[in-house]
Design a protein around this ligand. Structure first.
Ligand code: PLP
Length: 340
């Protein structure tokens, strides 16, 4: 049976052309700074956002954790939403790697505002941790792919500047936001002290994330990447996939969003679905009826060759991506209705 894998946009396999690009990449030892393909990818990503430099890392967890480590000292506090990946899905890394506490915002699908930030900043008093960094996630995974409003980003930026806080963007799915909004890459670049983007999500690469910032920040980040064990040697094979993806896989993200919209409509008609969270991009989060068992639905879907994941109590997540097309979505309608 041909499986339709909605578990994540990380399940994609490199396309034939991407593999060709990887195969023919020029290589060197990147820890010595000698890999021309890594250097090309890093300068391409930095230029895209009008920043000075960038750093190729094995994962988005690593790029986020490096950024947090560079921006903070032990005992500082990081402000982020309660849905944030850096808080929920990085193994407690903020405490483990950087010895920081967190202050959690209760935003709308992961999006808080400048007033929330202002109120969350601790006074300069020895009782409190030092508020040092604000991190936002765009798009927000647990917020069903929610896109941030650019004016809100600008307002938070202003608060950070006035109060001396750093501002980080977990942009694992930033390109999904970019193709759906009126954002300007340079404005995004100038709004943050650091940006993390994932190549291994919607862009379809096998491995890789980039941390983007000014030259001094990236110099310090390169040192922390080595400390975290993330220095890679002939990484140009992986970077070549990234260069290819930035050139060829960004605009097509719109197809994933259209597929998600259609899938959302189908799901909304299903007897076992109570509601589908509003989605801006490629992530659908479904709420089941109270008496519907999550495990049973996942099992039944799997028996029809459809994979999805539990996403907290009573919730199932579906993610569209490069390896799912319109025909796959059409075929779901029949299948979903066979489940009661
Ligand atoms: C996937 C993801 C990351 C990074 O995950 P890795 O699997 O470590 O690459 C970071 N932030 C968000 C919002 C993500 O969805």
């Amino acid at each position: 049976m041909n499986k339709i894998d909605f578990r994540s946009d990380t399940v994609t396999k490199p396309t034939g052309l991407m593999r060709e690009a990887m195969n023919s990449a020029q290589l060197g030892d990147d820890v010595f700074g000698d890999d021309p393909t890594v250097n090309l990818l890093e300068s391409k990503a930095a230029a895209l956002f009008g920043k000075e430099a960038s750093l190729f890392c094995p994962s988005g967890t690593m790029t986020n954790q490096i950024a947090i480590n560079v921006h903070t000292r032990p005992g500082d506090e990081v402000i982020c939403d309660q849905l944030a990946h850096i808080y929920n899905y990085e193994g407690g890394g903020i405490a483990f790697n950087s010895g920081c506490s967190m202050k959690l915002m209760r935003g709308d699908r992961g999006r808080f505002n400048a007033k929330d930030v202002l109120e969350a900043i601790n006074p300069d008093d020895p009782h409190f941790p030092v508020s040092k960094l604000v991190s936002i996630e765009n798009t927000c995974n647990k917020g069903a792919g929610a896109i941030w409003d650019m004016t809100e980003i600008a307002s938070i930026r202003k608060v950070c500047q006035e109060k001396g806080l750093m501002f980080h963007l977990d942009g694992a799915r930033l390109f999904n936001a970019l193709v759906e909004s009126e954002y300007n890459e340079a404005v995004i670049g100038s709004s943050f002290d650091s940006i993390s983007i994932c190549l291994s999500k919607g862009l379809g690469c096998p491995v890789g994330s980039l941390l983007i910032g000014d030259a001094e920040f990236i110099k310090r980040s390169r040192r922390i990447r080595k400390v975290f064990g993330g220095g890679m040697r002939q990484a140009g094979m992986l970077a070549a996939a990234g260069v290819y993806a930035l050139d060829h896989h960004v605009n097509r993200l719109k197809e994933d969003h259209a597929n998600a919209r259609n899938l959302g409509e189908i799901l909304n008609q299903c007897p076992w679905v109570k509601s589908v969270m509003p989605s801006d991009t490629n992530i659908l989060v479904v709420d089941l009826h109270e008496d519907t068992e999550q495990e049973r639905i996942l099992r039944e879907l799997e028996s029809f060759g459809i994979l999805a994941v539990g996403f907290g109590p009573g919730k199932i997540r579906f993610v569209t991506h490069l390896d799912i097309d319109g025909k796959d979505i059409d075929s779901c309608e029949k299948t979903f209705n066979r489940i009661k």
